[in-house]
Ligand binder design. Structure first.
Ligand code: SF4
Ligand code: SF4
Length: 365
């Protein structure tokens, strides 16, 4: 019965998305199927591709404010995929409270964590909480690379241990929770990624979802500056990197647990300009507003960070923001956004309805 309700909700929402994307009719305003909650930038890692950890007094809203938002989402977006991240979402206090409350209220709540705090006790708590998935960020397959990227000498061993503990606890409790490994592909680690996929499979975890490097989070770095840095795949490594991505494509085809579709992996090749000859990227229309919504630590409600927010959770309900004239005007601008060529993380790797469905089926297994 529950599955029928979920399919009906998503089917109707998909129809609304298709109608709205062409006619912008208010009565067909869709609900985003991926909602990202980022309640803080506080973090216990010191990653080289992120400046979140440098915030000495990060802006955070109260638990009660987020509680109201989560309660509203349970009503407005009951079957959307909720992704909660930070910062480090398992830091004790406010962040953990928000994550665990969301897991109680929303059936498809997942968290992103670096795994540093996932000791035996915390793993038991997380698995028992009913999260649909835990995404572990680990950016490589060796102590040297992972520790260097994370800026912590214990990063590799701790995260690996967390992965093992999660696999054991899920097996022990017969939990349906999925563990997804989310490495950021970059110039420093691309060569280690096929072995990371093999490790994930060996540990019985559920999948690997690759994301290409973006300009340093929470910094003013431009895409052009990123391309000149060591985080980008250097010219001398391009052929090698292209072979590695081909290897990942072959692994995907032969059944390794890679969540990206083959087309996404090809797109990552294009993003890093690894394909020979003409770049295969075609200009498309961004439709991020139909599928994604971000709720930031300062309360901003946003379709995309490159655009001003369409509301603030301290003043507006989610529904008010989504159905506002400001949101409608911004949706039209998003269709014409010229950044689509260099914006791989959110809009360029747009999940097709088929991919969305596959993910939902995986989370429901
Ligand atoms: S990338 Fe994630 S884990 Fe690393 S410092 Fe930033 S928020 Fe923390
Ligand atoms: S193309 Fe990228 S930057 Fe532009 S609206 Fe879409 S997600 Fe945002």
């Amino acid at each position: 019965m529950k599955l029928i309700r979920i399919f009906f909700w998503h089917g109707w929402n998909l129809l609304k998305k298709n109608i709205y994307s062409v006619f912008f009719l208010d009565s067909f305003t869709p609900i985003p199927s991926n909602i990202y909650i980022i309640p803080s930038q506080r973090c216990n890692a010191k990653c080289i591709m992120c400046l979140n950890w440098r915030e000495k007094t990060p802006l955070e809203l109260s638990f009660e404010t987020w509680q109201l938002v989560i309660d509203e989402l349970a009503y407005v977006a009951p079957y959307s995929k909720i992704n909660i991240s930070g910062g480090e979402i398992l830091l004790p206090g406010l962040l953990q409270d928000i994550a665990f409350y969301a897991a109680r209220r929303l059936p498809y709540t997942g968290i992103v964590t670096n795994g540093f705090l996932l000791n035996k006790e915390m793993v038991k708590k997380v698995v028992a909480a009913g999260f649909s998935n835990v995404n572990i960020s680990i950016d490589g397959n060796s102590e040297k690379i992972v520790n260097m990227i994370r800026g912590r000498e214990y990063a590799y061993k701790t995260t690996l241990k967390a992965m093992e503990l999660l696999a054991k606890e899920i097996k022990r409790t017969k939990s349906h929770m999925k563990v997804i490994i989310k490495p950021i592909m970059m110039g420093l680690n691309f060569h280690e990624l096929p072995d990371l996929v093999r490790k994930v499979q060996k540990n019985g975890l559920h999948g690997v979802y690759f994301q290409p490097i973006e300009p340093i989070y929470n910094s003013k770095q431009t895409f052009e500056e990123l391309k000149k840095s060591s985080l980008w795949i250097q010219k001398k490594d391009k052929f090698w990197a292209s072979q590695i991505i081909d290897e990942l494509i072959e692994m995907k085809k032969s059944g390794f647990p890679i969540i990206n579709e083959v087309v996404n992996l090809e797109e990552i090749k294009d993003y890093f300009e690894l394909s020979e000859g003409k770049n295969k990227i075609f200009l498309r229309r961004c439709k991020i507003d139909l599928s994604n919504l971000f709720l930031f630590h300062g309360g901003g409600i946003s379709f995309c960070e490159s655009f001003p927010s369409i509301g603030n959770i301290q003043k507006n309900t989610i529904k008010e923001a989504l159905f506002s004239q400001k949101a409608k005007a911004q949706r039209k601008l998003i269709r014409r956004c010229r950044q689509i060529n260099t914006c791989l993380s959110t809009c360029f790797i747009q999940k097709s309805p088929l991919q969305q469905m596959k993910l939902f089926l995986m989370l429901n297994k």
